[in-house]
Design a protein around this ligand. Structure first.
Ligand code: HEC
Length: 124
């Protein structure tokens, strides 16, 4: 009698642990999702952004955004949730950076943003 209920309890514990793990797993997957949601970029966009970056930005910001970050902003550290700031700085210029208002279309700046916001495509 005692051993039967003991076994039943054991089964119940096993089931709850399995369920708990299952839910925990799903829970942690869901928690991983949000940071990637504001970055709905395609590979094509990022590649276009990379090409555009090489043409108009790399001479100051460095190939693959690699530079010392002392006088020129290190774009690898640009906050990925500050899209408006990126557009504003690139469009209007900032400090020693020229304005690209006449040089780039919104679409080109968008592709540049996809390149910078995905850390050069690494977080796509
Ligand atoms: C002539 C050199 C030069 C070129 C070309 C250039 N930048 Fe910059 N950029 C700078 C400098 C210098 C800064 C630092 C400005 C400051 O904070 O005073 C900067 C800062 C930035 C910032 C940070 C602005 C902020 O809000 O703090 C972004 C974003 C940026 N550049 C993007 C770009 C992109 C994209 C391109 C290509 C379209 C580009 N830059 C081309 C020199 C340049």
């Amino acid at each position: 009698m005692l051993s039967t209920s003991g076994r039943r309890l054991g089964t119940w514990v096993l089931v709850s642990v399995t369920l708990g793990l299952g839910l925990g797993w799903q829970g942690s997957q869901a928690a991983d999702t949000p940071p990637h949601q504001p970055l709905p970029f395609t590979l094509e966009q990022v590649q276009a952004g990379h090409a555009q970056f090489d043409r108009t930005c790399a001479q100051c910001h460095g190939r693959n955004m690699v530079n010392a970050g002392t006088t020129v902003f290190d774009l690898r550290k640009f906050p990925v949730d500050e899209r408006d700031r990126f557009f504003n700085s690139v469009t209007n210029g900032k400090g020693n950076m020229p304005s690209f208002k006449d040089g780039l279309t919104n679409e080109q700046i968008s592709s540049l943003w996809s390149y910078v916001a995905t850390r050069g495509g690494k977080e796509l």
